[in-house]
Every structure is written in C-alpha cells, then in structure tokens.
Ligand binder design. Structure first.
Ligand code: TRP
Length: 335
C-alpha cells in the first residue's frame, strides 16, 4: 500500500473560532481529512498564542474551544491526529536547535514582525516597541511544528506562505550543513477561499474585532448578524449583491438555488433586515448540529482532554524517536 501523504495544520487559539477561521481553514481541513490518501495532523498551536494571549483563563478557554470545534465538526480521529502543541515538548527542543540555523536577517524580513516595526515607526516609537521574542521567533517555532512531523503538505492561507518558505530555508540550511536529508521540505498548499469579510467589511479577524463566532447561541447569532454594517438604501431599492457582506457570507453557506433566489431578491429590492434574517437561517442550518456537540463538549472538558491525550499518545513517540535522530546527526550526547 502506498503510504499516505502527511498533511499538517495548526490553529492559533487567539480567540474562539469565528466564521473566518471556519470558512477559510477549518471547513476545508475537515473535508480533506476525509481523503483516504491523507494522514492529517491537526494541532492547537498554544505556544504560538502566548505572545498575544497572556490571561490564563482566556488562554485555557481558547484552547478547549478550538479542540472542541474540531471534534464537534466530526474530525475523523481514527485516521487523523488532534493534539496540543505544548503536549509535545520535543517541538520546543527542536525550535532551539533550528534557531541556530536561522539567520537573524531572515527573521527581520518576516511580515508580521515587519508590520509591527512599521507601525511603530509611523507612530514615532522605538521600532521594537511592544515586540517580544515570541513574535520575533514565531517562524522558527512554526518550522519546528512542521518539520517534527515530516509534513509534506501544509494547507495555509496566503498570509502564511512566507512562513512555509522560511521553514524550507531553515530545513535546507540544516540538511546541507550535515550533508544529510534529515528534514523533509514541506510544500504550502494555498487555500483558494476568497476573502471572508467581517461585520465592518474588512477581512474577518480577531485583531479587528469584527468577527462572528462560530458557536454563538441562536439568539446572539441573530444579534451579531444584525450588526453587519449596511448603507442607507431604502428597503425597496435594488441592491448590489457583489459588494454586500451579507451576500458574500450567504454564498458560503447556501446551495446554488438559494444563492440565485437571494441574488434576485437583492436586484429587486430586499430590506437589509430581511436579508440579515435569511443569512441567519443558512448559517444556523449548517452550524446548529455542531453547536449542540460543541456545547456538550465545553460542558464536559474531560472529554476534550481525553481526546487530546489520546492524540498526544499517538504522535509523541514518533517525534521523540525522530528528535533522537536529529540530535544524533548534530553530534549531541544521547543516553
Ligand atoms: N501561524 C499559523 C496561523 O497564524 C498557525 C500555525 C502555527 C501553523 N504553527 C503552524 C499553521 C504550523 C500551519 C502549520 O494561522
């Protein structure tokens, strides 16, 4: 039997999962996890979140919410692995080793670090104001996440492509130093999902606070959808579906027939209130079942904990063994 392709995805628990995460990353990953030719590694990148989430209660809650989300959506845990990054401390050991093969110049060019520096310069602050080493070293930790599992493909959004290139650079630097193909070079698999707009029309993101959480109660979901910014076009006036946040989100949840009907209603004139009510219906229809499972899991965190422990026990031994090989290659003393 041909061996399966190893695909690996990490989600940073910086907020509860929102519709942008769901449509852009989680839903496509759940689909590909059903592909028999793929062995999927799905993990909660908790160490990555620590540079921005520094409240212990929120941190813990976010981690459980992300894990419960994957479980509630029916990730097949027979064929795939769900684990927590911090449960595999070997990843951190590998991070330290990789940092010695990463030039500082490479990290200076990382988009998210550069964006912080640019913001500081514009605000006439010290360039490194508010930048911690967790942010600066972020791409090295992410490289360790990927390389530790010999991942061949990493499904990512366009914003993460540079990190994948860095992982390849770092792996190559190590391989060529020891003249050994010890690391597998990962490929980015760029997700073809269009931009998912948030309440204010900008990209839905936890940094803009414009998101709709996946598992709001029905009542809250209705309320939040009602907050989507709209213009003052009168109810009976025709509306442009293409430039509407409501229509863009609707398309992601509805079937073709529903989308056609909705488009016709826009062109003929639909009130924003009615459009929002219809958006609520399609979102709710898709997420109602998973929401019930999610609520059950959040009320019984030991079920989530058990799944994460099982995931850890499935994957940690292979990483331990691999780290031994890597250390051997670099000449470390091994017990
Ligand atoms: N950096 C990713 C993000 O912000 C999360 C992440 C951490 C990740 N480690 C990873 C993604 C490894 C893919 C592979 O979305």
């Amino acid at each position: 039997m041909a061996s399966k392709k190893i695909s690996l995805t990490g989600i940073k628990p910086t907020s509860g999962p929102h519709l942008g995460n769901y449509l852009g990353a989680i839903r496509p990953a759940i689909e590909s996890s059903r592909d028999p030719a793929i062995e999927g590694f799905y993990f909660i990148a908790d160490h990555h979140a620590l540079n921005s989430v520094q409240n212990a209660v929120t941190f813990k809650k976010n981690v459980y919410e992300i894990a419960a989300t994957w479980m509630a959506l029916g990730l097949d845990l027979e064929k795939n692995h769900l684990y927590r990054q911090s449960d595999i401390p070997e990843i951190l050991e590998l991070t330290v080793m990789l940092s010695c093969f990463t030039s500082k110049g490479l990290m200076n060019r990382a988009h998210s670090y550069k964006a912080s520096v640019d913001n500081n310069l514009q605000a006439k602050k010290d360039p490194d104001w508010g930048v911690n080493m967790g942010l600066f070293n972020y791409p090295i930790l992410m490289s360790a996440d990927i390389l530790a599992f010999k991942a061949q493909v990493v499904p990512v959004g366009p914003d993460q492509v540079q990190h994948l290139e860095m992982a390849r650079d770092i792996a190559q630097c190590f391989n060529s130093n020891y003249k050994k193909d010890i690391f597998v070079l990962p490929e980015a698999q760029i997700q073809e999902v269009g931009l998912i707009p948030g309440l204010d029309g900008r990209k839905m993101s936890s940094s803009y606070n414009n998101f709709i959480l996946m598992f709001e109660s029905e009542k809250r979901l209705k309320k939040v959808i009602n907050k989507i910014a709209t213009d003052s076009t009168a109810p009976e006036e025709p509306k442009d579906p293409e430039n509407s946040v409501i229509f863009t989100l609707f398309k992601e949840f509805a079937n073709e027939q529903q989308v056609q009907n909705f488009r016709t209603q826009f062109l003929q004139g639909i009130s924003w209130g009615e459009a929002k009510a219809q958006l609520f219906e399609v979102v709710n229809a898709e997420l109602k079942g998973p929401r019930e499972k999610f609520e059950d899991l959040m009320a019984n965190p030991s079920k989530v904990e058990e799944a994460l422990e099982r995931g850890r026990d499935q994957v940690r031994p292979q990483v331990k063994e691999y780290l031994r090989e890597i250390k051997e290659c670099a000449g470390f003393y091994q017990r």
